[in-house]
Every structure is written in C-alpha cells, then in structure tokens.
Design a binder for this molecule. Structure first.
Ligand code: PEP
Ligand code: MG
Length: 593
C-alpha cells in the first residue's frame, strides 16, 4: 500500500514510540538502507559457486560479530548485552537458516534470492505471535539477515562509530550490534521506521541513555540529510523543521527535564518512605538480562518480579538447571543486599513460546498457561525449582508462582518444591531452607479466597495486568476492547483492597507488580490500600519515589475511603486527580514530563 505523502513544512509533527527518554535538538544524519537485493535464478553449473558465496558470507558475518563482541566486552556498561551478539552468532548456525538457504540454492536460486526466501519463512513463524516481546525477537532474525545480505551485495558494514558530527541518526532499522557501537558524544538520539518498545535496540538505547523513538514507519522517507529536527524520547514526538519558537519551547522543556532528572538523582539513595514513616519497598520488574543494570541505575530495591520466560526463548531445547542457576546468580550479584523474587515460568496466554510446542487452544488466556503448564510439564518445572533453590544459597531469593487459582494448586507447588529440596540435600547441594514462597494474585478466584491462600504462603504479589483482564473479562491484548481495560474500575479497587486486607490480617507481605505500580498518580492510592511493596519497570522507580516521599499513608487511606464510595472509574479517576493536584501541585498541576 502506498503511504500518503506528507508535506514537510515548518513544525511538522510525527509521533512514534518513545523508548528512551530525553530531548535532543539537532540535525539529521540519514543512515543508508540495505542495498537493493540482486535476486536471480541460476543455471545448475552455478550452484557450487553460490553455495560458496553464501558460506563465505556466513563466515564474514561471524567475523564481524566477533569483532564487535571483542570491542563491546571492553565496555563495562555494555557487557551485560553481549548475549544479544551471542544470539546473532547462534542464528548464523541455525539449521533452518543455513540448510533452508542451501536447499533453495540447489533449487536454482542465487544466494541473495535463496537467503531472502528463507528469511521470509523464518519471519512468518513470528508473525502470528500476540505477545509484543516475543514478536520483537523477529528483529534478531532481521538483523542477521540484513548483515548477510549486505555482505552478499558487497556493501561495507554500516558503522555508527564513524559518524563525525553531533547528529540525530535516522534509519529504517538499527540492529543491536549497530546501536552498541554508537559513540555517545556524537549521537544525540536516534529514530527508526521499525521497532517496538521491547526490541533489543530500544533496551540498549535506555542503557546508553540516548533519547530514541522507534516505530515511526516512514521517517526515512520524510527527512533529508542535515534537516533540523527535535525529538522527545519520553512522549515519542518528533518535530521536523522546527520554527524558532518551537526550538525555544523544547529548549525550555529540555531544561525542565534535566532539572527533574537532577532532583530525582538526589533521591537516589533515599528510601521510599512516606511522611508518616511508612517504608514502602520500590522494586524492579525484570524481563531481560539486558535490563539488570537499569534496575541498579534507578536504585530499585531488589527485584519484585523476575520474569523467567526469556530463558526459554529462541532455542530448540529448554535451558538447563546450570544455565538457569547461573542467570539467577547473576541478578543476585547485582543486588546482593535486596530480595530477588523469581517467578516460575509463566507461558501460554499472551506469552507464547514457540519453542515449547504448546498445544493450539481456543482460549489460551484461560488454558494451559503459567502454573498449569508447569504442573503438567513436571520435568521442566523440577529443573527450574532446583535452579531457583540452588541460587537461594547465594542471596535473598524469593520464589513466586504465577496464576494460582486455588489452594490445591499452591499446595502442589510446595510439594514439588519440597521434593526438589530433598533431592538437593541428598546430592549435598545447598539451598536456603527459609526461602520465602509466594503467589501472584491475578485471578478473581485468588482474590475471593485470599484469606485461605494467605495461610499457605509468605507473600502475595498482585499482577494487575492479568487481574484486570480476568476480573473485567477484557482480553489484555485486544485493541477492540482496550477501552474497557481499566485499572480504576470499582471492581478492581475492591479486589485490591480485599487482597491487601487478607494479607495484612494474616501478617504476610503484599506487593503489586502489574503496570499500575509504576504510575506515580496511583502511588498514594496503592499505599492507602495497604501494599508494602511496589514493583515496576525500573525506570519508573524515581518518579514513584518522589511522590511517596511527599505523602502519608494516612492521606492514602482517606483517599481510598472516598474512592470506595464511587460508582464509576471516571469518578474514581477524577477524585484521584483532584486530591493529587491539591496535595502535590508541583508534580500534578503542570504538564507531565
Ligand atoms: C501481571 O499479570 O500483572 C504481571 C505482572 O504479570 P505478566 O504481565 O507477566 O503477566
Ligand atoms: Mg500475569
């Protein structure tokens, strides 16, 4: 489909996905796209030559990636991202890629055509995946494919290390390897046509502190070299050809953003404590190894939710006990003084792991997902339990089971955990005998029997992302019903209150780890409901802490009392807005940056 042509005048605004915050004002440096592919059919006598060309391209790509790996491993802040390059090296050895391309060459296609056809097949495998994170792993295949096609076309390797002037890079797509090579003193930000919030490139941009906007669709077709441009990586707004007034406005915003960052930095070492001395632990949610350092950077006090799904992705065999153990220990080392809550595998539903060959289900969100899958695939589960137990000897580990819907389920988990512990003892391997055991409260049944579940565990962690979906019967990934997906629905407030009350009456701690926990506007409400811990995307910690340190739990309780009288989420939302503006006009009575 041809894209509608946009006329670029002064102050042309575009909106993409802001993935790394910060404002930059500068000029475009347009990065060349992949050269055109010279696809062709060949005669049988050229098959060997083309096979040779393809194999030599594989070798060159390996050499390029190994060179980047060597350079990157010398840089402390990038070391934890080396696994991405390892993944790309593994893709170069992947049977589907290599054998698929070789077969296509034997069917009389030249190397470029054969490779392109194989890449299309590989990409198609990712296309039907709903989960954004998993779908984004397709970008790794794209990055490797692009590298090979460039080599076959005889084009030189694109390097962002060589950009000579301070500029904003605009590209169709950037591979993680290219992003890692960015020279931060010259690159003020980057914008791409492709990409999503959870692409490796986006995660790297946050680690590198480079403002970035992705998913702009056709920015490469709209800008020209050296065009003046402004980007706001928080809101995803791009301004092409800004007028002097717009430049001034964004200079002011940049100043405010940097002042706020400095203010937040001053809070770094301070605890999340309310004015009436109630300490709320502010922990990080981790999804990828590349985010471990980010949790430290934002002073998250430990990990409230370590999603372990990534360990199972992009591979034909599940991770071994030893591999999992090493990964868990890696996180423990980064945060030795704080708890790390490891959630056992939560796949199925929107989190599809193609490698695990899950059955096709009509209604996967209510099917064999999360703990139901683990309790069925007991061999996989046992390996994970053993790895978590072993890691518990080396730090403050907590174990958490996802999507528990009844007491029998948690008892079955605890039995398996005990069996795994006995095995380790018999093998002379150490674990923490006081390991805390908790559950995600994310089904309506768990809320309704929260007092019964509280007798079984050491803590609750409320997963509002799913709880909202199941309580309100709204698919969390379905855009048609997104307008009904509402954290402030009176039913959700009551569910949160009932869960906190059950935990507090039983004397166990209660955390919230859904997206709601990272919203500064809700911080006081959550404290008022009775949560002891909030776990969120690490980048949200400083802003939530700033709010918490200026309000009291009592204020929160009074607000919750008012909210529980209201009938609609609109009324709830207005009441929260009104109270927060009154209490903290500095934060909530001005444009949010
Ligand atoms: C949740 O459901 O709120 C949660 C934190 O888990 P996930 O988003 O991984 O399902
Ligand atoms: Mg969940």
């Amino acid at each position: 489909m041809a894209l509608a042509k946009i006329e670029i005048t002064q102050d042309t605004y575009l909106v993409g996905i802001g993935v790394s915050p910060g404002i930059s004002i500068g000029e475009v440096c347009l990065l060349a796209s992949r050269p055109a592919i010279d696809a062709a059919e060949i005669s049988p006598d050229l098959v060997d030559t083309e096979l040779q060309r393809f194999r030599s391209a594989l070798n060159q790509a390996r050499e390029q990636l190994n060179n980047i790996k060597r350079a990157v491993s010398k840089q402390e802040h990038l070391r934890e991202h080396l696994y991405i390059l390892e993944t790309h090296l593994l893709i170069l050895d992947d049977d589907m890629l290599v054998k698929g391309t070789e077969q296509a060459i034997r069917k009389l296609l030249n190397a470029e055509a054969a490779l392109s056809r194989t890449l299309d097949k590989l990409r198609a495998l990712f296309d039907n995946i709903e989960d954004e994170y998993l779908r984004e792993r397709r970008s790794d295949v794209d990055a490797v494919g692009d590298r090979l096609l460039r080599i076959l076309a005889g084009a030189s390797e694109r390097s962002l290390g060589q950009i000579g002037r301070r500029s904003l890079v605009v590209a169709h797509d950037l591979s993680p390897a290219e992003t890692m090579q960015m020279d931060r003193s010259n690159i003020l930000g980057f914008l791409t046509d492709k990409g999503g919030r959870t692409s490796h490139t986006a995660i790297l941009a946050r680690s590198l502190d480079i403002p970035a906007i992705v998913g702009l669709e056709n920015i490469t077709a709209l800008v020209t070299e050296r065009m003046p441009i402004i980007i706001d990586g928080s809101s995803g707004v791009v301004v092409l050809n800004p007028s002097p007034a717009t430049v001034q406005e964004y200079r002011n915003r940049k100043q405010s953003f940097e002042d706020l960052e400095r203010e937040l930095e001053r809070l770094r070492e301070l605890p999340g404590r309310t004015t009436d001395n109630c300490t709320i632990a502010l922990r990080g949610n981790l999804e990828l190894p590349g985010e471990f350092a980010l949790a430290c950077k934002h002073a998250a006090e430990g990990v409230g939710l370590f999603r372990t799904e990534f360990l199972y992705l992009g591979r034909s065999t599940p991770p071994s006990e030893e591999e999992q153990f090493q990964t868990y220990c890696q996180v423990l080392q980064i945060m030795p003084e704080h708890p790390v809550t490891i959630r056992t595998l939560d796949i199925g539903g929107d989190k599809f792991v193609p490698e695990l060959n899950l059955a096709d289900e009509c209604n996967p969100a209510m099917g064999l997902r999360a703990i139901r899958f683990s309790l069925r695939e007991v061999t996989l589960f046992r390996i994970q339990l053993r790895a978590i137990l072993r890691a518990s000897h080396y730090g403050k580990v907590r174990i958490m089971f996802p999507m528990i819907s009844g007491v029998a389920e948690i008892r079955a988990c605890k039995r398996m955990l005990r069996d795994a512990a006995v095995e380790l003892e018999q093998e002379g391997l150490k674990y923490d005998p006081d390991l805390e055991v908790g559950i995600m409260v994310e089904t309506p049944s768990a809320v309704l029997i929260a007092p019964l579940l509280a007798r079984e565990v050491d803590f609750f962690s409320v997963g509002t992302n799913d709880l909202i979906q199941y309580c309100l019967a709204v698919d969390r990934g379905n855009e048609y019903v997104a307008y009904l997906y509402d954290p402030l629905h009176p039913a959700i407030l009551r569910a949160l209150k009932a869960t906190c009350d059950a935990a507090n009456n039983a004397g166990i701690h209660v955390c919230i780890c859904g997206e709601m926990a990272g919203e500064p506007l809700y911080a006081m409400v959550l404290v008022g409901l009775g949560f002891h811990e909030l776990s969120m995307n690490p980048s949200c910690v400083p802003r939530v802490k700033r709010v918490l340190r200026q309000v009291s739990r009592r204020d929160g309780e009074l607000l919750v009392e008012k909210l529980l009288q209201l009938a609609t989420s609109k009324e709830v939302s207005c009441q929260i807005d009104e109270d927060m503006r009154k209490l903290l006009p500095d934060i909530f009575d001005r444009p949010i940056i």
